[in-house]
Write a protein that binds this ligand. Structure first.
Ligand code: 7TS
Length: 411
């Protein structure tokens, strides 16, 4: 059984990730950019190679054996996703390119169908641009209005303000589960409960939470949940939109073409059943199978154990970084995932990132596609170290030494 009392053997797990074992700029790689994308275990790479080397074929079309293999594996991966996030039905999982496409899909289908002039959509001040701009486009086209829940200096949402924003014109709440710029984990169950008390559906942007927190969409009771495979140790170009059946059934298709139809004449087209109605064209078959392999892998490691180890690592990193003079952590919420976003005096974050890179340490610098968060703190950018379960205390120590070196260069 995988329990938090049964600690992870990190050195052994690291062996599963070939990318980690290399030198960058003459130093062992310290990969701390996991919020941008995480590394892939060998079993995911093998699943991609196996598909292309032995089963490559289109899905849902051929009677031939390879097509049947490909279809079986593609659909088996969907069932793995269902089990992983505890959805009720396989057909509630739509394969998309990633979180961005999942949110655009909801905005362009559910949004256009249900949100009109004067209606309101609630998001938060800590959204990634992909949970802002699709709604802005919708509001511009429909005359609806975007409302924003503010957050405090620690990066915690002001739930009293949320309560005030909810009103008779609110048609949708769309909230990030874990902030990519600050690490804040938002109280999704409370947010969803308050919206549902008024009959308002809720979309959860799970791009950052999916690799770190065990997700149960039925327990959360969210109406939509979006995530990307590549942040969950899976391939790029594949992601999931979960939606409750009754909502997906009512929504019009997003893209049109092959596979999403039941019959076509020049007079009339009948759409396919779920999930195919939303999967027009040849999908990312290899990506789906790779995502399934990634889910097998993290389930084997154990999501509870991952969460508990990463919390420990975050506490260690927070303690070490906050001892550095002039370092300011951006994002100090009580409920926080493995993100250490910071500024260092008036040294530009790009300089921090460049000097760290010269020591083999990979972090991200910039606004992290969350410019309103930077505006809230009146800073142009941060340096961000983001953790995965394969990171170690020794790597945090190397980061701290790297930051000391940055300070030396600028002293
Ligand atoms: N939502 C959140 C909270 C994210 O962190 C990201 C990507 C997305 C949505 C979009 O995901 P995509 O897979 O469709 O691109 N965040 C980051 C990041 O923090 N650094 O690079 C990408």
């Amino acid at each position: 059984m995988t329990t938090p009392n049964n600690p992870l053997d990190i050195e052994k797990l690291r062996q599963d990730f070939p990318v980690l074992h290399q030198e960058v700029n003459g130093h062992p790689l310290v990969y701390l950019d996991n919020a941008a994308t995480s590394q892939k275990p060998q079993c995911v790479i093998d699943a991609l190679v196996h598909y292309y080397a032995t089963d490559n074929s289109n899905v849902h079309r051929g009677v031939h054996t390879l097509s049947q293999h490909a279809t079986d594996d593609y659909e088996a991966a969907r069932s793995k996703v269902r089990r992983f996030i505890n959805a009720a039905e396989d057909h509630e999982l739509i394969y998309v390119r990633g979180t961005t496409e999942a949110i655009n899909l909801v905005a362009q289908t559910y949004g256009r169908q249900n949100i009109g002039a004067g209606d309101e959509i609630i998001i938060t001040g800590m959204e990634h641009h992909s949970n802002i701009v699709p709604w802005q486009i919708l509001t511009q086209d429909t005359g609806a209005v975007l409302r924003v829940i503010p957050f405090n200096d620690n990066g915690e949402l002001l739930l009293d303000e949320y309560e005030k924003l909810l009103g008779p014109r609110t048609k949708l709440v769309s909230v990030v589960h874990q902030s990519n710029a600050m690490g804040t984990i938002n109280p999704m169950e409370a947010i969803i409960e308050q919206a549902h008390a008024r009959g308002i559906p809720v979309l959860v942007d799970g791009a950052q939470s999916i690799p770190h927190i065990p997700i149960d969409v039925q327990k959360l009771d969210c109406d939509f949940f979006a995530f990307s495979g590549h942040k969950l140790y899976g391939p790029t170009g594949i992601g999931i939109l979960y939606g409750k059946s009754e909502l997906l059934e009512q929504m019009p298709p997003y893209q049109a073409g092959g596979e999403m139809i039941r019959s076509v004449t020049f007079e009339k087209t009948l759409y396919n059943i779920l999930p195919h109605k939303f999967e027009a064209g040849t999908p990312n078959i290899a990506g789906s199978i790779g995502l399934g392999a990634a889910i097998d892998y993290v389930e084997d490691v154990g999501m509870e154990r991952i969460a508990s180890y990463e919390k420990e690592l975050l506490d260690y990193g927070t303690d070490r970084l906050t001892r550095i003079e002039g370092l300011r952590l951006i994002g100090t919420a009580r409920e926080k995932g493995g993100i250490l976003s910071f500024t260092l005096g008036d040294i530009h974050p790009h300089d921090i990132g460049t000097i760290l890179d010269s020591q083999g340490i990979a972090i991200r610098t910039g606004h992290h596609c969350a410019q309103p968060v930077m505006q809230r703190f009146a800073i142009p950018a941060t340096a961000r170290a983001s953790l995965a379960f394969y990171n170690t205390r020794a790597e945090i120590d190397t980061l701290v030494e790297g930051i000391d070196r940055v300070l030396e260069v600028f002293s």
